[in-house]
Design a binder for this molecule. Structure first.
Ligand code: NAD
Length: 507
């Protein structure tokens, strides 16, 4: 049973990759990697990287399964998703605990992550009875025109660790619903969550080869997956740096490619804002998931009239947050994912301290004593800074926010938009005209009004502009455009040769 598989994996080295409907160890021993709890250092499981022969076997089994799966009626495919997610719903608490243990965020957030996967299944299961195309007119007589969606083929899915079930679900579930087969390569920091998710699909009866799961480093296993000739589509979520590499390769290899990448999201607080709401929004946006969200609030742009009050209250709330093990219900903020991420955050704090005019308002240190001794904990950190500083421009991916003063709404919007990234942004104001101007002018894929920069719902498009994305959107109906190709169909029942644009209807 799944739980015992997880237990077994903690005691022996073995990847238990899922290839062609079977959990199996790699044929050859690859590089070993340990899965450790970032709060305690406890060893959770030991994995062996999927060797290239098995990456090949996974892609080939997906290619073989695609031939059958694409013909299963979409409503039936949708029912299978529902069945799988009913299984996940029954295991929700266990799944949330597995996530919190391996990536650290607090239980209420990992429960939300699992729920997001369940909601995604409900959404796409319904889509099985829609998957609408168009029927339309023809410029010629006795001719019928329509467009239909076709599956793409084998999808190589590469995911990060910060939403270890929600992000795989955003890719796997619409891909399957549309008739594709998939190979998932999750981040090496969260292999157990990926396995639990795939187990739910297996237990629901997904046919052999339709879903495959492999493990290992991006530069080896991820690369081998995206380069495999049977993989027609690569869907990636992660850093802009890696996304650029993947996009470059896929462009040259003529593979379909969707990229969801980094962010440097800002919250604007105007002088008429509900201050309680604005402070709570900034705390949740900046320090939820320890700031390790692509949508995290890493800049807060505050009108000069309320700057001092906002800063004082924001700092006070940040100092009051309880940092600790995410399994403890009294914890507000968990650890960072690993020691490397702690070093990155330390580096940015150092950069911030040295930048001319930046001021550390609170935090700035790794927490190393007491119950936090064995984990990767970092203090909630707030800088006062200016828009041109590196801490206000580069993605840090940790609990660090920079507060920036602006003299007007226009100036605040200009600062928000002056970014290499364009994922999400928020404005706190009660002025309807400024609300509508923010909606019209904000250069982001997601705009929040009187709500923090985090908190997407599954039935709306998710993604961003500039270095955040490459023009695609996940979630909602927009994901269907990633996981299908359009086919236009012309049916001529005139019994004669009719030439579009050349013949005209004579009446
Ligand atoms: P990452 O780019 O280091 O890794 C993401 C995935 O890509 C992992 O599975 C990794 O193994 C794989 N990978 C790495 N190098 C590869 C290569 N050369 N070829 C193929 N695959 C490769 O990112 P991360 O540290 O896991 O996640 C943090 C980043 O993800 C942040 O930048 C964050 O903003 C971004 N993110 C974006 C979204 C979004 O929807 N826009 C959501 C979550 C996270």
């Amino acid at each position: 049973m799944p739980q015992s598989l997880l237990e077994k994996n903690a005691k022996e080295v073995g990847a238990y990759q899922f290839i062609n409907g079977r959990w199996k160890k790699p044929a050859k021993k690859g590089k070993i990697f340990e899965n450790r709890n970032p709060s305690t250092g406890e060893l959770l499981s030991v994995y062996a990287e999927t060797p290239s022969d098995d990456v090949d076997a996974a892609a080939r089994s997906a290619q073989k399964a695609f031939g059958h799966w694409r013909k299963v009626p979409a409503p039936r495919r949708g029912e299978l998703l529902l069945k799988a997610m009913a299984i996940l719903a029954r295991r929700k608490e266990e799944a949330a605990q597995v996530e919190t243990r391996e990536m650290g965020k607090v239980l209420k957030e990992t429960r939300g992550d699992v729920q997001e996967a369940i909601d995604t299944a409900f959404y796409y299961a319904g889509e099985g009875r829609r998957l609408f195309g168009q029927t339309t007119t023809s410029e010629l007589a006795d001719k019928f025109c329509m467009s239909v969606r076709m599956p793409v083929g084998v999808c190589g899915l590469i995911t990060p660790w910060n939403f270890p079930m929600a992000i795989p679900s955003w890719k796997i579930l619409p891909a399957l619903l549309c008739g594709n087969s998939v190979v998932l390569k999750p981040a090496s920091d969260t292999p157990d969550s990926a396995r639990l998710f795939v187990e739910a699909l297996q237990q629901a009866g997904i046919p052999d080869g339709v879903v495959n799961l492999i493990y290992g480093r991006g530069a080896t296993v991820g690369k081998a997956l995206m380069e495999h000739p049977d993989v027609r589509l690569v869907s990636f979520t992660g850093s802009s740096q890696v996304g650029g590499l993947i996009g470059g390769f896929c462009g040259k290899a003529f593979k379909k490619c969707s990229l969801e990448m980094g962010g440097k999201n800002a919250q604007i607080v105007l002088e008429d804002a509900n201050m309680d709401l604005a402070v709570e929004g900034a705390v949740w946006g900046a320090f939820g998931t320890s700031g390790q969200r692509c949508t995290a609030t890493s800049r807060v742009i505050v009108h000069a009239e309320v700057y001092a009050e906002f800063l004082e209250r924001f700092v006070r709330r940040a100092r009051g947050l309880k940092v600790g093990d995410g399994l403890d219900p009294s914890t507000d903020m968990g650890p960072l994912i690993n020691a490397r991420q702690v070093r990155t955050v330390e580096k940015y704090v150092e950069i911030g301290r040295e930048e001319d005019g930046a001021k550390l308002a609170t935090g700035g240190k790794k927490i190393s004593g007491g119950a936090c001794a064995a984990g990767h904990f970092f203090e909630p950190t707030i800088f006062e800074g200016r828009p041109e500083m590196r801490i206000a421009r580069e993605e840090i991916f940790g609990p660090v926010a920079t507060v920036i003063k602006a003299r007007s709404f226009e100036e605040a919007m200009a600062v928000l938009n002056d970014s290499d990234y364009g994922l999400s942004g928020a404005v706190y104001t009660r002025d309807v005209n400024r609300v509508m101007r923010a909606v019209a002018d904000m250069e982001t894929g997601i705009t929040y009004i009187n709500a923090p920069t985090i908190g997407a719902e599954v039935h709306l498009p998710f993604g961003g502009v500039k270095r955040t994305g490459n023009g695609h959107r996940e979630s909602g109906t927009s994901a269907l455009d990633i996981f299908t190709e359009w086919k236009s169909v012309y049916i001529d029942y005139s019994d004669k040769l009719q030439k579009a644009q050349i013949d005209t209807y004579e009446g």
